[in-house]
Design a protein around this ligand. Structure first.
Ligand code: HH2
Length: 384
C-alpha cells in the first residue's frame, strides 16, 4: 500500500509588521506544496509578490493573505499556513517570552539580558589565555565576579575556543578548566550558562547547578540536547556549520537569513522530538560561525525577523573580527565601540540577550538604547 506523504509544513518569516495584523505585513513563505498557485492567488488578491526560488515574498494584510491561501491550497495546508501566519505575526509584534531555567525566572519579557563571557581557555580569540594563566582558574573566577558586579545577568563559561580554526580539546580537559569556575559562581548564586559542544561537559556543569546550556555545536549532538531537556535547563540553539576547525570553508549561502531561519525552524522541531520543550529554547543566528562579514551584517539587520520564531533571540557579536572590517578598528580594544553599537541596535530590534565581554559598557549602552527606543528607563536586577 502506498502512503501519501504529509504536505510540507508551511514556513512563515515576518519581515515587517510594525502596525499589527490588521494592516500591511511583509513576509516570506516557503515550503508550500504549490507555490505557483499560491503566488498567483496572492497576486490577484492585490498582494505585492516576489518569487525567489520556492520562497514567496508578499506584502498585504494578514486577512487577505489567509483568504487567498484558503482558495488556492487544500484545506489542511491552508489551515496550517493560516496558523503559521498568525503565530508568526503575534510573535513578531509581541515581546519575547520569559524563560524558566531550572526554577529560576529569566525575565526576557521585561528587558534585554546581558550575558558576560568568561573563556577559561588558553586560545580564545579575544582574550587568548588571559583568564587561564598556567592552567589556574583563579583569574577566571575573579573576572566572572567582576562581570556580575558590573551588571551581567548571566555568566557564560566556556572551556573550548570556537574561534575559526580552533582545535578541539577533550571533555576531560574542558571539564578541568570550567568546573572550578562553575562551582564558584553557583555558590555565589550567579546564573551560569555553560558554553560547550559536548554532552559530558554540559552534564557535569548541570550537576553543579548551571541553568543554561549554550550549545555552540548547533545541536549536532542529540545527547547534549537531551541533557538540557531532562534537566529543565534553558537551551541556546545556535546556527553553525561543520566545526570551528573548518567552518570558514562553509560560509556559502544563497540567502543567509532564509537559510539560517530554516535551520532554526527545522532544528527546533528536531530538538522537540528529543524531548526538549520549545519553552526552554533561545535561538541564535550564530554571528561569526561559518559566516563572512557581509553575512553577519545581513543577519544582524534581520534580528526582528528571527523574532517570528516566537523564541527569545540571542546575539553574540562582541569583539568579533567583522567589527574590525566594518569599523576600521585595529586592536581588540578598538572593537569595543562596534560591539556596543551592535548590542544597542540588536536589543532595540528585539534581541533578548546579548553575549558580551565588556559588561559594564554594554549595560550602559543597552539601557540607553532602550530608553531612547522604547522610553523605558527601569532596569531591575535579576532576582534568584
Ligand atoms: N560566540 C562565541 C562563543 N560562544 N555562543 C553563542 N550562543 N553565540 C555566539 O555568538 C558565540 C557563543 C565565540 O566567542 P568567544 O567566546 O569570545 O571566543 P572563543 O570561542 O574563541 O572562546
Amino acid at each position: 500500500m502506498s502512503s501519501v506523504p504529509p504536505p510540507p509544513a508551511p514556513l512563515v518569516r515576518i519581515v515587517d509588521a510594525s502596525l499589527g495584523s490588521d494592516t500591511q505585513v511583509k513576509l516570506v513563505v516557503s515550503r508550500v506544496s504549490k507555490p505557483d498557485r499560491l503566488r498567483s492567488a496572492w497576486s490577484s488578491s492585490g498582494a505585492v509578490i516576489e518569487r525567489v526560488g520556492d520562497r514567496i515574498h508578499a506584502t498585504s494584510t494578514v486577512e487577505a493573505l489567509a483568504r487567498a491561501a484558503g482558495r488556492s491550497l487544500d484545506r489542511d495546508e491552508a489551515g496550517a499556513l493560516d496558523r503559521a501566519l498568525r503565530e508568526a505575526v503575534a510573535a513578531w509584534t509581541g515581546v519575547a517570552p520569559a524563560l524558566r531555567a531550572r526554577g529560576r525566572t529569566l525575565p526576557t519579557d521585561q528587558r534585554p539580558l546581558v550575558m558576560g563571557i568568561v573563556n577559561v581557555t588558553p586560545d580564545s580569540f579575544s582574550d587568548g589565555g588571559a583568564l587561564y594563566p598556567d592552567g589556574h582558574p583563579g583569574r577566571a573566577i575573579d573576572r566572572a565576579r567582576e562581570l556580575v558586579a558590573a551588571g551581567a545577568d548571566v555568566v557564560d563559561v566556556g572551556g573550548e575556543s570556537t574561534r575559526p580554526g580552533a582545535q578541539p580539546v577533550s571533555a576531560e580537559e574542558e571539564l578541568s578548566r570550567i568546573l572550578p569556575v562553575v562551582r564558584a559562581l553557583i555558590s555565589d548564586g550567579t546564573c551560569v550558562s555553560i558554553d560547550t559542544r559536548k554532552a559530558d561537559v554540559a552534564r557535569a556543569a548541570l550537576k553543579e547547578g548551571a541553568q543554561i546550556v549554550n550549545d555552540v555545536g548547533a545541536a549536532a549532538d542529540d545527547d547534549l540536547v537531551a541533557e538540557a531537556a531532562r534537566t529543565g535547563a534553558v537551551y541556546v540553539l545556535m546556527h553553525s556549520r561543520s566545526t570551528p576547525a573548518d567552518m570558514a570553508d562553509h560560509a556559502d549561502y544563497e540567502d543567509v537569513v532564509a537559510e539560517v531561519y530554516e535551520f532554526l525552524v527545522d532544528t527546533l522541531r528536531r530538538c522537540e522530538s528529543l524531548g526538549l520543550s520549545r519553552e526552554q529554547v533561545v535561538v541564535d543566528p550564530g554571528i561569526g560561525f561559518a559566516k563572512t562579514a557581509e553575512h553577519n551584517l545581513q543577519l544582524l539587520r534581520a534580528v526582528p525577523q528571527f523574532r517570528s520564531l516566537g523564541r527569545p533571540v540571542l546575539i553574540g557579536a562582541s569583539r568579533k573580527s567583522f567589527l574590525a572590517t566594518v569599523s576600521g578598528a585595529e586592536s581588540m580594544a578598538e572593537r569595543m565601540s562596534g560591539s556596543l553599537a551592535v548590542a544597542a541596535l540588536a536589543t532595540a530590534a528585539g534581541a533578548a540577550f546579548v553575549r558580551v565581554h565588556d559588561v559594564a559598557e554594554t549595560v550602559r549602552a543597552v539601557r540607553t538604547a532602550r530608553a531612547v527606543a522604547a522610553g523605558q528607563t527601569d532596569w531591575a536586577p535579576l532576582t534568584r
